[in-house]
Design a protein around this ligand. Structure first.
Ligand SMILES: [Ca+2]
Ligand SMILES: [Ca+2]
Ligand SMILES: [Ca+2]
Length: 484
């Protein structure tokens, strides 16, 4: 675990319950899980936007919370980040709960297990001195009719709740977290539907060294993408992957941490067919219109495959593979590639120069703060028998080349005036935005959210992509139409 931080060695031990006389069976976190959890656990003081100061005995304090929006429309998501301070560690078994109640006090939503902290690092494993940022994204039921919602949080263990000794509570050891207006859209119009592809804010990078370790402060504080899923149906992937993205004026940075107990990649030349064995994969569509999109793969042996397509899978079979990105990449392997011993996985760190994309039609230049590129991320995993895949945004067919299923990369820069947040309903008023603010024209913004219309697969494509497959099967020169 050469890229683990000491804190996370401790976390893994704590989660394993060593020395705690645990009653629950728990497990070590995998490499990708530690990477995903990292931004949410610190030993630094915290300063939430809203203070609460709820004391749970003399052990845990709920300092306060941040909100993604000051209103919460029915059918929409709200991201609440609870800031917890650990004064004394608890015994194993303590867990967090979150209840959303209506005006009558009735529980309408149980969000106990929503969020990375709830999934990977429950209070029974917390250590004294830590600050936990417990980020939850909760959907208000579309049929909600009350004018406001209240959110309660606390800790429970079997029949017990941890006792609240000061701060706002309901008298039943539930902290009164917040009450928020829940207006329906103005004029009675339906709230816009939630986007069906994932989005992520890409933060600015500073001082990244491409060495296969995601240990720079920029990486450590970067939020990971949502957990990877099976590409055919969006259900949880069979293996762990954490991906993070950053940007600066020169490069797009992409990091992957992949759990893989069987590392195999026998390729050693640029543009070899990496996808036939273990590899990570990035697809980028700068214009978001399915035209001139780019594909880059990096293998555990740090071999690069890169190509470019004018439109979906055109030209076949593998695009303009003579296009080479200006990419610097490094891989750190936990294990040994191409032997039979059990491995742990690999970490890929890449810097892709913006100048790489100044080709094709339309060419692309470095994005401005607030702009959105469409992208998807995949991992191909060779097994001793067969292979499997995981992706960020599931294409839902046996083909990774589905640009209208790519997720949204939103490039943010805190030094530029505040930018409207996605999906929050709380876009900054125009007057609040500085002169440097770049806003997408409404037509462009809308186009980014809807299926691409000018990419029409031909009949053969339609047959191929709609046939379920276990993973990606890309055309090759020898077999340009796999399965036909
Ligand atoms: Ca690095
Ligand atoms: Ca190439
Ligand atoms: Ca593998």
């Amino acid at each position: 675990m050469t890229n683990s931080k000491p804190l996370f060695v401790l976390l893994a031990l704590a989660v394993a319950g060593l020395g705690f006389g645990c009653v629950e069976k728990s497990r070590d976190l995998t490499r990708s899980e530690r990477e995903r959890l990292e931004p949410y656990v610190t030993e630094e003081d915290t300063d939430p936007e809203h203070d609460l100061n709820v004391e749970f005995e003399d052990k845990i304090e709920l300092i306060g919370y941040d909100l993604s929006s000051e209103t919460w429309r029915p059918g929409q998501t709200l991201t609440i980040t609870w800031h917890w301070k650990v004064k004394r560690s608890l015994e194993e078994g303590w867990r967090l709960f979150t209840h959303v109640t209506d005006a009558s006090g009735a529980n309408r939503v149980n969000a106990d297990v929503e969020g990375v902290v709830r999934e990977l690092y429950q209070p029974g494993a917390w250590k004294a001195g830590e600050t936990i940022k417990d980020e939850q994204t909760i959907t208000l039921p579309a049929e909600w009719t009350d004018e406001r919602a209240s959110v309660y949080v606390g800790l429970w263990n079997g029949p017990h709740r941890l006792r609240i000794t000061s701060g706002p509570s309901d008298g039943e050891n539930r902290a009164r977290g917040l009450t928020i207006p829940t207006p329906r859209a103005a004029g009675g119009a339906e709230a816009p539907p939630e986007p069906t592809v994932p989005s992520i804010d890409v933060n600015r990078a500073s001082d990244i060294t491409i060495d296969g370790k995601l240990d720079e402060p920029s990486w450590r504080s970067a939020r990971a993408t949502a957990a990877f899923v099976k590409t055919m149906d969006g259900s949880p992937a069979d293996f762990g992957v954490t991906a993070k993205l950053l940007w600066d004026d020169e490069n797009l940075y992409v990091g992957f941490v992949v759990d893989d107990d069987y590392l195999k990649s026998e390729f050693d030349e640029r543009d070899d067919h990496l996808w036939e064995q273990d590899t990570v994969e990035v697809m980028l569509d700068p214009g978001g219109d399915g035209r001139n999109y780019f594909e880059l793969q990096v293998s555990p042996q740090n071999v690069v495959f890169d190509t470019r397509y004018d439109t979906r899978r055109n030209p076949g079979p593998i695009g303009h593979a003579d296009w080479n990105a200006e990419i610097e990449s490094a891989v750190e392997v936990e294990g040994t590639v191409n032997d039979d011993d059990e491995d742990e996985g690999y970490t890929v760190e890449m810097a892709i120069s913006w100048s790489s994309f100044a080709t094709g039609n339309p060419p692309a230049t470095k994005p401005e703060a607030g702009q959105v590129w469409r992208a998807n991320l995949y991992v191909m995993d060779a097994r001793e028998e067969g292979s499997r895949a995981a992706g960020w945004s599931p294409p839902n067919v046996g083909d990774f080349h589905v640009p209208n299923r790519f997720g949204n990369l939103r490039f943010v820069d805190p030094t530029v005036a505040r930018q409207p947040g996605p999906n929050t309903g709380a876009a900054a008023a125009p007057s609040a935005m500085g002169p440097a603010q770049i806003r997408l024209p409404p037509g462009v913004a809308e186009r980014l959210q809807r299926p691409t219309r000018n990419v029409v697969p031909n009949e053969a494509d339609e047959r191929r992509v709609n046939r379920p497959q276990a993973g990606e099967v890309m055309p090759t020169a020898e077999n340009p139409r796999p399965g036909q």
